[in-house]
Ligand binder design. Sequence first.
Ligand code: GTQ
Length: 350
Amino acid sequence: MTNDNQAARAAYYAKIETTDMSPLWTTTLVQPEPKEFVRSVPHLWDFDGELRDLLIEAGGLISAHEANRRVLSLENPGLDKPPRILESLYAGLQMILPGECAPAHKHSPSALRFIIQGEGAWTAVSGEKSYMAPGDFIITPSMTWHDHGHDGEEPFFWMDGLDIPMVAAFGPMFFEAYPEDRAPQHRPPGDSLARYGANMAPVGESWAKPESPIFHYPYDRSRSALEDLRKNEEWDPYQGIKLEYIDPTTGGSAMPTMSTFLQLLPKGFKTEQYRTTENTVFSPVEGTGRIIVGEAGAAKSIEWKPRDIFAVPCWAPYRLEADEDAVLFSYTDRTAQVKLGLWREQRGNA
Ligand code: GTQ
């Protein structure tokens, strides 16, 4: 390259700097592997050791009503604000105190609740009220009215999982507060589970929405399914026994943008190395163990216990080890990636 050409290039780059354009050939917009692109890092938030106390402290400072939602958002140390637990997923820890009201609203992001601790709190989704218990999985579909209340005696905690970063990437973010604290309840408690939760469906009724007509999946049912399957000894070397929460009208994921799972690892089980393009948020319900996560040479071991929340970024290799019988809830962006033709997995090192 001649000096003339070099000078001409430099002048060109200086000129293009002043425009709304940039030369693709000086950037690395498209990367060969996620590991050079994904900024989030594997990370764990300790509920009993830190999160719970910080939420209780917030409870002395602000009511659920004033806060609208009294939530501590989980911020991945590798990502900038706005808060995200992983590139495509939001997670927060919410607390409601006895007698409080988290007022009715709706929004375009889809939300899931995974109940961490407490008794006596309820949620109302699309006009149906339901009492929540630890281990329960609840969906709040896009643009459906929801409010939360608490008739019990102790603080009540759940994890919120939302697809906020996906909605933000596309742009269609909408939020609306209901004019009153409570949205009207127009269906009896248990209605959706009665209609669609018995492997049956109401004759003459059709369901065309992108989410499951069941909005509350109680822990005892899911847990006993895992227990019954234990008898088959069909352990997947990469995930133990793992069930997905589904929309019974399609067999697909319960929500259109996020996939949700409950998995059993028996005492002493060690999974083989696995990786997937899914962004994954785990919350153990029972048992203790560890995750060994990261590229060979840079892998770290993170100990987990019930009520913790830990995040595994896209394409990070990991192994799970259970010291006791362990049950883990997880939510991911799998269904969105599948629909977009992006999802991959790698079992073992092949
Ligand atoms: O329940 O509406 O943790 O909109 C973050 C954003 C909960 C909710 C969060 C939200 C919500």
